[in-house]
Design a protein around this ligand. Structure first.
Ligand code: 4AD
Ligand code: MG
Length: 430
């Protein structure tokens, strides 16, 4: 027997015979008929089992089958306005492949229970839709980057560097030494541009963030790029192109899922270049006008980013952050030396930061001075400083939080629902 995807029930001619398999998603029986909704990776379909259409013992098996059992069904495709999608399969053959115990997730469940049973909850329609969106987001990125001559590379996860500062590092024993889990592949990507010029990687990044917010994970997927011969302006153009390609791909491939997750998808069609640009100076002035107490030099937090983007429909770059609130590797802006040639990209409608990027300092003396100012000991960075000693080159790069972007695209409340097995301050199980 060959099995077709459930979605093909809605493409095949009415009346034709089909075999499908999947999991029992919903189930009820009334008198001589058993109704089940079957789920597979392609969708759902109603299946009816009626006395006389299939052997009695198969009808009994269908009547007593539990939710989430895996089954095989053969039958005829029939129009039925009451069924989801307007069609059903009238079974002539029904077989349980893997029976199920009473499923621990019922209709109304606490968030905590759903997280305890995450390994089962990821079967839900919403979770499935988010994972499909995420796959399209990544496929859109990879295809676009390839077209733009970027080469995908594979940086390490064990590292001795604190790319984004010491406060959010996970430290672990590495034989007789201490190492960290990577916060960012950036420095390794920088090393790779000297041969490959345009590189990117998709890796997990780790942040020991104590913050319990709807946008922080301790383990997240990081899409990072590094480009030789590109300044901060060019870097922002690459970000615009990339984010647009990712959103476009989702709109092409996953409209149905987006409609289910967020209802209105029209705002996503506004995500195209040019994005808005605003200097940090202007951003803090706006915030002050709204009553925020913002002094020069303070980084933007969740509340500030929300206020800045609440009314926006396109993403906004905030550029020229003061040097004191950004990392030592960022290049000073030639025209405004109090600031860095950098940009954070904020998603619209209050979502906040999805990308952090900058042009990189290329001069070793200036870099050493910044490190000293920030009290960073150079030991673990000797190899990184070498990149400024041997053929230093203007370059820029950025990091995009994949779950941050997916959360925005899907319009979901909490970032943990943008990853199948979320790791947060309070959770590393299942
Ligand atoms: O702004 P961040 O810290 O920048 C860097 O790590 C740079 N070294 C990247 C680079 O230039 N290659 O992080 C980049 C992005 C953020 O904009 C955000 O989208 C995401 O990573 N991010 C997080 N996502 C989920 N949970 C967290 N705790 C995150 N921290 C950062
Ligand atoms: Mg940042």
């Amino acid at each position: 027997m060959t099995f077709e995807p459930i979605s093909s029930v809605f493409d095949a001619p009415s009346g034709s015979e089909i075999s499908v398999r999947g999991w029992i998603h919903r189930h009820r029986s009334s008198g001589a008929i058993v109704f089940a909704v079957l789920r597979d990776s392609s969708g759902i379909v109603q299946v009816t089992m009626k006395k006389g259409n299939l052997p009695d013992e198969q009808l009994e098996a269908a009547r007593s089958v539990s939710l989430e059992a895996s089954v095989e069904v053969r039958g005829h495709i029939c129009e039925d306005r009451r069924a989801p999608g307007g069609r059903e399969v009238r079974a002539t053959c029904f077989r349980v492949v893997g029976p199920a115990e009473a499923f621990p997730i019922t209709e109304y469940q606490s968030e905590e229970l759903l997280l305890d049973y995450r390994h089962l909850w990821i079967r839900s329609r919403e979770q499935t839709a988010v994972m499909k969106v995420k796959a399209s987001v990544l496929a859109g990125a990879r295809d676009w980057l390839r077209e733009q001559d970027f080469i995908e590379v594979t940086p390490p996860i064990f590292t001795q560097n604190a790319c984004e500062g010491g406060t959010t590092l996970f430290k672990l024993k590495y034989f007789d030494r201490d190492v960290f889990l990577s916060q960012s592949a950036q420095m390794y990507l920088e090393a790779l541009i000297f041969s490959l010029e345009r590189v990117y990687s998709v890796t997990p990044s780790f942040r020991a963030e104590k913050s319990r917010t709807p946008r922080h994970l301790t383990e997240y997927w990081h899409l990072e790029l590094e480009e030789a011969w590109v300044d901060n302006r060019g870097n922002m153009e690459i970000q615009e192109g990339l984010v647009t390609a990712m959103v476009e791909r989702v709109l092409q491939e996953r409209k149905e899922e987006l409609l289910m997750l967020r209802g209105d998808i029209t705002p996503l069609y506004d995500i195209k270049p040019p994005f808005k640009r605003m200097r940090y100076q202007e951003a803090i002035q706006r915030l002050r006008d709204q009553g925020f107490d913002m002094e020069w030099g303070r980084d933007l937090g969740t509340a500030e980013e929300r206020a800045l983007t609440a009314e926006e429909t396109v993403p906004v770059f905030i550029t020229n952050f003061p040097k004191e609130c950004k990392a030592f590797y960022m290049k000073e802006d030639d025209e405004d030396p109090r600031t860095c040639a950098c940009a954070d990209l904020l998603a619209p409608a209050g979502h906040g930061e999805i990308i952090g990027g900058s042009e990189r300092e290329t001069d070793i003396a200036r870099m050493l001075a910044r490190m000293e100012e920030q009290g960073i000991c150079t030991g673990p960075y000797e190899w990184y400083l070498d990149l400024r000693r041997y053929g230093s080159v203007p370059h820029s790069g950025f990091g995009l939080g994949v779950e941050r972007l997916v959360r925005f695209i899907c319009g979901i409340d909490h970032i943990r629902d943008a990853i199948p097995f979320p790791r947060t301050v309070s959770r590393a199980y299942p």
